[in-house]
Design a protein around this ligand. Structure first.
Ligand code: B1M
Length: 216
């Protein structure tokens, strides 16, 4: 098997033994971010398909997620970092009721490595905590992540709460269950009373581009 297949299989099998050696080997050919985006995330995609079709049980999905996290934290120090001027601040959180945080943490890494300050509040975060942190840090945006269909509804509720409080801080929404139309139409509608902006971030790089536009 090739190193590409081997890393894909490691994520699917949740096999961490010898992971670092494989990653080092892959780094001879690929940049750390390429390894994450094109090799490891493909593995997570397979895991999602296997789990979704009932061919993989939850404890094994967790092993895959742990392997993914271990790989990302091994690769993180090797990533290219822009100088430490602070371009802006984002409050970042996985929404209430949702524990999925691999995508959120990738957003944290990409933004942090590109000159943004990220206040990462973790998982299952109530909107009140996001609002509090946004005020405390005088943030440029709040980023909400969520992977469950249920979370897309929570995001709307969060925006309703924020609109009710008269807030207009820009909000970035990301996560696999969202669609651009849902964000740009349904969600944006709720928040626009106060001229608040809601944008859809398809992936972590999209998140970076949006933050750059917001703070240019
Ligand atoms: Co869960 N899970 N899971 N899971 N899990 C999904 C999401 C699911 C689609 C799997 C499936 O059925 N095929 C499904 C949701 C179905 C639905 O809602 N319709 C599901 C389910 C059902 C569940 C449980 C309910 C299972 C159960 O208990 N019976 C449970 C929920 C617990 C809860 O949240 N309350 C659960 C639990 C778990 C684990 C704990 C085992 C584990 C998570 C571990 C962890 O994160 N620490 C897990 C995993 C790993 C997955 C899958 C397989 C992979 C998710 C992942 O990490 N992907 C997932 C299947 C899938 O997504 N296809 C699945 C890689 C990650 C990099 O992608 O997070 O999408 P993602 O991030 C992307 C973009 O979305 C974007 O950028 C990233 C790429 O650059 N992005 C942002 C994300 N957030 C952003 C924010 C931004 C910008 C971009 O700015 C703010």
């Amino acid at each position: 098997t090739t190193i590409e297949e081997q890393l894909h299989n490691r994520i699917v099998d949740g096999n961490r033994k010898g992971l670092e050696d494989d990653l080092k080997k892959a780094m001879e050919t690929y940049a750390p971010l390429e390894i994450i985006n094109s090799l490891l995330l493909n593995g997570m995609k397979t895991v999602g398909e296997l789990f979704g079709s009932g061919k993989m049980q939850l404890p094994f999905v967790l092993q895959s997620a742990e392997t993914m996290k271990a790989a990302v934290s091994f690769l993180e120090p090797f990533m290219e970092k822009k100088n430490n001027e602070t371009k802006g601040t984002m409050i970042l959180a996985t929404v209430k009721g949702d524990v999925h945080d691999i995508g959120k943490n990738l957003v944290d890494i990409i933004l942090s490595n590109n000159g943004f300050k990220v206040v990462n509040l973790g998982i299952k975060v109530p909107v009140a905590d996001m609002i509090k942190a946004a005020k405390e840090h005088n943030a440029d945006a709040i980023g909400m992540s969520g992977l469950l269909v249920k979370s897309t509804v929570i995001m709307k509720e969060n925006l309703e709460e924020m609109a009710q409080q008269g807030l207009s801080i820009p909000v970035l929404l990301g996560g696999a269950a969202l669609t651009r139309a849902y964000v740009e139409e349904d969600c944006a509608e709720i928040y626009k009373k106060n001229n608040g902006m809601v944008a859809y971030a398809r992936d972590a790089f999209d998140g970076l581009t949006l933050m750059e536009q917001l703070t240019h």
